[in-house]
Ligand binder design. Structure first.
Ligand code: SF4
Length: 265
């Protein structure tokens, strides 16, 4: 049985060979994924710290403590933190409520496999479920690019499967700390849900049965892949600020899926 995540589906869609190296062979990543490597690493660390601050705020840690902590972390964390507080004041006023579930895992059977996602925040309210996802990527993607990411399709379809709600009761909001005025919100429909779930099932079945894992034919992606040296696809890492729009940043942390039980509602 395989426990799929949105990043596994995204990786396989991008390059089956990258999926094999990363998830089947668990090969260590031999080259910096993007350049300048130090700046990219700093960006990722800041993203992790920001997510931790947001989680602590939503579970109800005292705002003064978090303010102090954010100030100690310096920029850009402090600016992101203040923007987060302004943009999510109604949610933060309900911090600690059981209706707010921060860093929350949901999962569902997927044929003989499972599909699992860890949400930055799930807000359960009388009208349905709203999923929040915080981003710290420097660049704001277009709505079309964000809507077509596996993350969007997996989160919304999985929310329908897990909640038993109608697709129209599910919403997904992306909020960018780097562009705090722009919340990109997605509504869902029965048609979109049926299309997404069928696509997810098809891709999971294809991956489960795969014996060959070809290299991507889109060689521009190799510049942002750590496995370039395995594949003889160049030495030079791509600049993370120049990454193609359809190449989302890697998730901040991979879940240890085997450790997470399914969540029943
Ligand atoms: S270097 Fe290119 S072909 Fe090789 S795993 Fe990475 S994306 Fe795929």
């Amino acid at each position: 049985m395989i426990t799929f995540s949105q990043s596994m589906l995204q990786t396989y869609s991008r390059c089956p060979q990258q999926y094999r190296l990363r998830y089947l062979l668990r090969q260590p990543w031999p080259a910096p994924e993007r350049e300048p490597a130090l700046e990219y690493e700093r960006q990722r660390k800041n993203g992790e710290r920001f997510h931790r601050l947001a989680q602590q705020a939503l579970i109800g840690l005292p705002p003064a403590t978090l303010e102090h902590h954010a100030a100690a972390l310096g920029e850009p964390l402090l600016t992101w933190w203040h923007a987060f507080r302004r943009a999510h004041a109604p949610l933060l006023a309900a911090a600690g409520s059981p209706a707010l579930r921060a860093e929350y895992a949901i999962s569902s059977p997927l044929g003989e496999n499972r599909l699992l996602a860890k949400l930055d925040l799930l807000h359960i309210h009388p009208q349905g479920w709203t999923i929040y996802d915080w981003k710290t990527e420097a660049r704001l993607p277009t709505r079309a690019a964000l809507g077509s990411r596996w993350q969007t399709r997996v989160y919304m379809a999985l929310a329908v499967r897990t909640s038993g709600l109608a697709p129209e009761q599910i919403r997904l909001k992306y909020w960018y700390a780097t562009h705090p005025a722009a919340t990109l919100e997605f509504a869902y429909t029965k048609t979109a849900y049926e299309r997404d779930w069928a696509t997810i099932q098809r891709l999971a079945a294809e991956i489960s049965a795969a014996r060959d894992f070809p290299r991507t034919s889109d060689e521009r992606l190799c510049a942002w892949c750590n496995y370039r040296s395995y594949c003889n696809r160049g030495q030079q890492a791509g600049d993370w600020q120049q990454a193609p729009e359809d190449l989302p940043e890697e998730p901040l942390d991979e879940l240890d899926f085997e450790q997470i039980a399914e969540i029943a509602f």
